[in-house]
Ligand binder design. Sequence first.
Ligand SMILES: [Zn+2]
Ligand SMILES: [Zn+2]
Length: 820
Amino acid sequence: MQPLPKEYNFADIERKWQKKWEEMGIYHYDWNDKERVPFSIDTPPPYPSGELHMGNVLNWTYFDMVARYKRMQGFNVLFPQGWDCHGLGIEIQVEKTYNIRKRDVPPEQFRKWCMELVERYIAMMKEGILKLGCSIDWTTEYRTMDPDYWRRTQLSFILLYKKGYMYQGTHPVNWCPHDETAIADAEVDYVKRDGVLHYIRFPFEDKSDYALIATSRPEFIPACVAIEVNPNDERYSKYVGKRIVVPIVNRSVTVIADECVDPAFGTGVVMICTYGDKEDVKTVIKHKLPVIMLLTENGRINENGGKYAGLTINQARAAIVEDLTAAGLLEKTEKITQEIGVCDRCKAHVEILERKQWFMNTRKLTDAVEKTANEIVWYPDYMKNRLIDWTKSLDWDWVISRQRLFATPIPVWYCKKCGELILAKENWVPIDPKLENPHIGKCPKCGGKDFTAEQDVFDTWMDSSITCAVHAGWPDRADWKHLFPADVHPSGTDIIRTWAYYLIVRHLALFDEKPFKSCLINGMVLGSDGRKMSKSLKNYAAAPEVLNKNGADATRQWAAGGGATGSDIPYRAQDVEYGRRFLVKLWNASSFTSKLLADYKPDANAKLDLQPLDKWIISKAENLTKKVTEEFEKCQFNVAMEDIRNFTWHVFCDYYLEAVKDRLYNPDLSGTTKKLAAQDTLYQVLYRILQLLAPVAPHLTEEIYQHMFKDYRGFESLQVSPWPKFNAAIVDEEAEKNGDMIIATMIAFRNFKAENKQALNAQYSCLTINTGSAEYAKILKASFEDIRGTLKVNELIITPQKKPDGRQISPYDMYFEAKQ
Ligand SMILES: [Zn+2]
Ligand SMILES: [Zn+2]
């Protein structure tokens, strides 16, 4: 047996194994293996955003623990890695970096800058992921910005168009005026902001009176198309049907009745504008009201705003309030707190514009999504409700077109002459319709030969919501269904409404099949003070620093053990440090064990005289195996982590190793089956610890394995050794109970020495243990030599007598008398 070096140098060890594992190719999914059962992880391709952060560390540790555990379970594991490149985030970053707006440079130049930035960010994230020791199969690496990936996104669109899921329509959509693009419901965040409620007089056309209307958005007055009251509101029911003059624009509108109006809000009289908010959209559809679009795509007032045309929304509000005041129509103002929708990328106030867009008919899948969500296993289970609630809350279809540049092109043209829509054929993709004409000579409808390309591009979620099929090899491999649906889709609490939802609708629509069998949810990483981690709050931890300082294995323990799966967990430096102290403890214990085993050779046929404490720890290790296996199966990583650490630290290091030292050092026992029993137990139990810990702390366990176990076990790496199978026959409850008593006796005497300010190895001439029971005496006597040796006692007397005048051993109600 090779002795283990004294020093645990995590930096060298981790670097070494990261390189060697890659060379060994143990992470490669074997596409030709027809024997092992495949296990496919739908790694969500991350949005490259620069340096790896602690949230990423948490995600990837989860993915990787599952991958490593399943590999040891004998599965043919697919752990792919892609990068979700497109989208607003990168465009905004490029605009900031070069201090431009997207239209200031030619589109090719803009896209080139986006790609360069993405590559820089990918390199940074990849470095972090490698440092964390993730067992990714890098031969699968892909980028959604590559034309080869466009091909898949475009093909999925063509198929869904043919199935009737894709349509164009002029509908109200969420619009970010800063980024000048449509965005989906999932990209709207809701925040509380201070606002002002303006109480404005709207005179009746017959000049008899006026209605008082409270609004926080007076700038929308030029787009007012109706006034609405609740028909059950006695104050106003008489207004219904009357004509009211909209101030500023002097246009008359009708007062309509709708029970949706809340009489308690504002004055109870409401103006309907197109569109102040989503409620307006519902009212317009319900009452078939006209639409007056007021805003331009970059958030200014258009020609419908008359004299306010060209002003920004804020400027228009100020000007209109000024004019209303001058006209004596502003009765009062009131400060309020309101909830408004903002763009999740740039935080601009989201407006509602009516624009021609591409939509996916997702609402018709609502019931199917709910059914699928119930078929999927969720870790933790209650997370499925987040998806179901979200699905049911959606009242608009998914708008899949964007008015941006860095994205997959929509493979569509229009005939210049007759407007006919030409959809790319399945074998034309990847294709950029702005650079290439459709591969047909003429318009099938009118014979026209000129075409215009679709200018819009896809929402980036169109790329990333087909990964379960793509990872499986769709559409290129005939056997892609071998890996589909994916076995697990890992997701965060923050992206259930996007990632999990879009994956489910896309795959259901495309293949009539759920995309994944289970969904593993991680929570968010909070700062050390329990608040959201942020650089400005000084509670921020940079992942590369944490990894450099403590190593991957210690950091991964924080991620595994920080909290229940799915719950938010705080980043605390002391948790990582605790992880590192644990590894040092295990390293030192292994190094010590390797010395105790210097003359030991494992031999399955060797005769062993197992002592009570040997049987005790062997049984406990078996029960631990059962528990940890069940916990990994249920993705309860924090519980598994705690169980392994407790066993290693307390049962193995503190008690067993201490209690068998004497048997191993005692020259009288040299070459006996009693000594061999201790050596063999140490060897088997330490190996078991390394295996159970291997998914969490792969580097340290591998290093110890290679020194002490590889020659005998024969596996190239601990990572491909078979996960231990629980064997109920090994469990010996009586041995555990007896061992607990023996250990309690030893601890009591150790404490006795400590209280008397004596060294633990202080020698005693005589110790009498008055057990007070024949049964207890028998149990202790069976471990006579281990007790005597460990406690450093020359003469040990164990009696069934009860003599309560000595030192009590709780909780067994024994007493001992000691003589030095
Ligand atoms: Zn925005
Ligand atoms: Zn035509």
